[in-house]
Design a protein around this ligand. Structure first.
Ligand SMILES: Nc1ncnc2c1ncn2[C@@H]1O[C@H](COP(=O)(O)OP(=O)(O)OP(=O)(O)O)[C@@H](O)[C@H]1O
Ligand SMILES: [Mg+2]
Length: 577
């Protein structure tokens, strides 16, 4: 801590202006003194002897002349064993511990250590005295949940070091010195299991970035088959209020084939977050059979919590995700909702009296959004292992209008776009992803040709449906009507999925390939119907049979029976040469 102090000369909402003589730097953390409390804040602009700071707490009670202490540090997070299972606020305060200390109504000015200091971790050294190491290299490991957590040379260390001392296997707290390393000049650094890292700077201790290719399976059919995301890729989920953004993210977080999930609940209603907090510890991880929370970190900053900390919360979340990537793990970060984060930026930009861009969002909204999503990615680490951070963010455009700035800024940088529609959610077609609005740049688990066929039928079916609204069913030919029915069939029998059914709710890759293959055969079949009524009855029947099929465990008698029935029904309507 430095002895630098400033004095408040102006207060505008949660922005304060201070005057100071000493040094100050951009994004430096400062504490405003209020009675005997210290309110955390961050320098966001410096103008000569004046600096503007955003306060991460309610500024009520602060007055001109109050003292502000500058810390000489950037906003950092603690990284080390014990992150998993935690529930943090945007500044990485463990919320359950805060509640224990200060009661259920959070009091301003209380900051706790992010990592538990009382837990002992079973340390196993991985290097010997005399070994050469550099930033990001593993010095030892400790078991954390189902993973082996790497204790690494702090990422901020430059150049090569020689191991001078390494602690023998045993149980230690995070702040125990487990190694000492020496640089070429002979100066010795002590390493504990914990390191700090400034949240706004990406962790880049890796050899190179790889192109995301391997699919990240979510067991959600419309995603994996039609709009896949790759490990290390990015996606966004824009949708109007109540269209199912939060539920979709929860489904992804449960089933996605990743190691670690970081959930950043940013500016959403407290009630929903409470639901997540209640539900998660009760869920079992489909991969390990253990509690899902064991591989999850939740960062919450609800709408009722201070606005400025929203910004911090997304950076805190992505930094933790990058940290696990350094261990060669696959991390998934889900941010809900990035619109609330953008609104926090807008609020601050307004206070700074910057020139507003579209809808009063700051002109730098796009670059800030791009920088955030760029922190995702798949990388080859120095030890040749591969790790990834996949980022998915929801966007809540007012009125479901995708032309607004946050959606537009996001879709320019992400690799997949899942547009939710009110129409579909009102019709209870869940997940309410609109197949005509959505897209993905990543490759699917099914053959491209089949996908193109299904997409064409979906598009044509939609056109025919629009036409029928004008000319009526009578004015439509049987052939066109069948195309429309085929498009409805893909939708009802494949893309819609009942999240509350164990089998239908999570479809593994093999099963998706198998079922989709069958559906494509049906789509390719030329059918002979005399009347539209006959066609409609046929598609109603096969839709029902396919839905039953989706609910049957693979390799069960029921599964084979449904498939046989489907084959027989289709055979019955085939056009004969
Ligand atoms: N896949 C689904 N299966 C079943 N029900 C769903 C599904 N998705 C959404 N719902 C229903 O829709 C409701 C609203 O969904 P959700 O809270 O995810 O919307 P949202 O888009 O996050 O809304 P907001 O913009 O208000 O945050 C849920 O409470 C649930 O009843
Ligand atoms: Mg929501």
């Amino acid at each position: 801590m430095t002895d630098d102090f400033g004095r408040i000369v102006g207060i505008n909402g949660n922005m304060i202006t201070i005057e100071l003589d000493g040094a100050v730097f951009q994004n430096e953390v400062a504490y405003a003194h209020l009675d005997n409390k210290r309110l955390k804040s961050e320098v966001i602009r410096i103008r000569g002897r004046y600096a503007d700071l955003q306060i991460f707490e309610s500024p009520t009670g602060l007055k001109v002349g109050d003292k502000v202490e500058l810390s000489g540090k950037l906003l950092t997070v603690e990284l080390g064993p014990g992150l998993l299972t935690q529930i943090y606020d945007g500044l990485q305060n463990p919320l359950p511990k805060l509640a224990e200390q200060g009661g259920f109504f959070l009091k301003p000015g209380i900051y706790l250590k992010a990592l538990p200091r009382d837990i002992k971790w079973a340390f196993t050294p991985m290097v010997k005295v005399g070994d050469t190491v550099r930033a990001g290299d593993t010095l030892g490991t400790v078991p954390e949940g189902i993973f082996s957590h790497h204790i690494m040379v702090p990422f901020s260390f430059e150049g090569k070091y020689r191991v001078k001392q390494i602690t023998k296997p045993g149980d230690y707290n995070v702040d125990t010195v487990v190694a000492q390393i020496k640089d070429h000049s002979g100066s010795v650094k002590k390493i504990t299991m914990l390191q700090e890292w400034p949240v706004k700077i990406p962790i880049q201790c890796f050899r190179k970035r790889l192109k995301p290719g391997e699919p990240l399976l979510t067991k959600i059919r419309i995603l994996d088959t039609f709009f896949p995301v790759a490990k290390g890729g990015t996606f966004c989920v824009p949708g109007p209020f109540g269209a199912g953004k939060t539920v979709l993210q929860q489904l992804i977080s449960r089933n996605a084939d990743v190691d670690v999930v970081i959930i950043a609940a940013c500016g959403e209603r407290a009630g929903e977050v409470v639901e997540t907090l209640r539900e998660f510890p009760l869920l079992t991880d489909p991969r390990t059979g253990k509690n899902l929370m064991e591989r999850t970190v939740i960062i919450c900053n609800t709408s009722s919590m201070p606005v400025a900390a929203r910004e911090a919360s997304v950076y805190t979340a992505v930094t933790i995700a990058e940290y696990y990537r350094q261990m060669g793990l696959h991390a998934l970060l889900l941010a809900d909702s990035t619109s609330r984060w953008a609104q926090a930026l807008r609020e601050m930009s307004g206070r700074l009296e910057e020139i507003p861009g579209d809808e009063a969002f700051p002109a730098y909204l796009e670059s800030v959004t791009a920088k955030f999503y760029e922190r995702g990615g798949m990388v080859r680490l120095n030890n040749n292992a591969v790790g990834s951070v996949t980022i998915g963010g929801t966007v809540s455009p007012a009125g479901g209008n995708f032309d607004e700035p946050v959606t537009q800024a996001t879709l320019k940088v992400v690799g997949a776009f899942y547009g939710l529609s009110k129409e579909r959610s009102d019709a209870r077609r869940y997940p309410a992803i609109n197949p005509l609005d959505s897209w993905s740049k990543y490759s699917s688990i099914v053959p491209l040709e089949s996908l193109q066929l299904a997409r064409k039928i979906l598009r044509d079916g939609n056109d025919i449906n629009q036409m029928m609204k004008v000319v009526g069913e009578e004015g439509t030919s049987v052939g066109d009507f069948v195309v429309y029915l085929k498009s409805e069939y893909i939708d009802a029998a494949y893309m819609q999925q009942n999240a509350f059914n164990d089998i239908d709710g999570a479809t593994p890759e093999e099963r998706q390939k198998y079922v989709f293959g069958k559906i494509v055969i049906i789509l390719r079949t030329e059918m002979a119907f005399k009347t539209k009524a006959e066609a409609r009855t046929f598609f109603q029947t096969i839709t029902q049979v396919t839905k039953d099929w989706n609910r049957a465990p693979m390799d069960s008698d029921e599964f084979r029976e449904c498939e046989a029935r489907l084959d027989k029904l289709v055979e019955g309507v085939k056009k004969r040469a």
